[in-house]
Design a protein around this ligand. Sequence first.
Ligand code: ARG
Length: 458
Amino acid sequence: DGTAVRGDRFSGGPARGFLSSLADDERIFAADVAVDRAHVVMLAEQGVVDDDTAAKILTALNVVEVEGHATLPEGEDVHEAIETAVVDQVGPDGGKMHTARSRNDEVATCIRYRLRGDLLAAAATVCDLRAVLLEAAEEHAGTTMPGFTHLQHAQPTTVGHYLLSYESALARDTERILDAFERVNRSPLGAAAFAGTPFDVDRERTAELLGFDEVITNATDAVAARDFLVESAAALAALSTTLSGLAEDVVLFANQGYLELSDDYSSTSSIMPQKKNPDTFELVRSVAGDASGSLTGLLTTLKGLPRAYNRDLQNATPHVWATVDAVTEATEVAAGGIATATWNAETLAAEAGSNFSTATGVADLLAMAGLPFRTAHEVVATAGQLASEAGTEPDYAIIDAAAEQVLDESIAAYVEREAVETALDPAASVTMRDSPGGPAPDAVAEALADAESCLTSD
Ligand code: ARG
């Protein structure tokens, strides 16, 4: 039979294993069966293959599907192996399955078909994580915590506001994945090797049977394009970078006692019996390294490839499978870890005002009373210095002394004592910052409502 002849001529010799993608192709086994079915149905509808032969091929494909990837005959790839299995059952007429197509359009279709599902699953997992963050944000909308820049205490904020910041980033990660999905969801099938076919194929029909939104018309572009892999891997790498920042914070927060991970998401030491380590989040953090490595590997493999099909493309695909699996799993673990973690509200509140983190709020207060902000900044900076020289925390008296030093007048000329004392209180400092997107309870409540409706529509 034809397959055997081809097999005899190009056995691959010692390089056969090197050439073969059969093991990696398990990922697209079900996709290839679906693509074969759609193609055969279309060929029969178009009168290219008679109904009787088409029925025999479809029956053989059912057997192939049930027996599974593991029982396929040898082949350079899953496409060749399935064709061989069909010919083994149907006889030489089984070879009509490959009329008017090439493995080039076939593999591109299979990858897109499978990746669609993987991207949707990844996006759903990101939505699960967002739901976990929103639930915790709602619970801790009023829990004050220290906010950091440069890892230094900066301004008091709330756990709710902090968590919403990641939910908002993950909403964009969701958008990017769904945006990539739209361009993945286009059908190359019917392009043949790269240059079309004399058979009267109905490319719209196979696209429809396989659930693709549209056809990639130019036959050469259809088989050569792998930019859909690039943008999928890039969206996932961006997501993994978001996750890595969240994971890093969790590791730091666990270290500070701000948050306690459940035992399920912790690890211990083989020697130090007292240890409870945030290993899960360290691994979540590490996935960004793999994802960016895969994206780089993919781009480098694709760079400078000539038109139209080159076997290099076979090595491009596994980067994306590895990335989507690792990033989806990391997203799931992050969701579970955060859902089961306990925020230590007392420790967080006690540290919320550390290192004069209310200083900006005091300067804002003075600026609201009419002092130029830069001057207010100087007064409060001077208060900070006086306090640290005296080894105390800044209070009204110290701020007043600073005003005398900088402005030659009492702070009472601008603000009342009570207002200064309020600004020095971390919780009140948070409440003051009620600008849109700020941490004040009303602003957070509004952000929560917006985020919830956006999540529902995603
Ligand atoms: N297994 C190949 C791939 O993944 C498809 C085969 C196309 N082979 C060829 N020699 N044109 O890209």
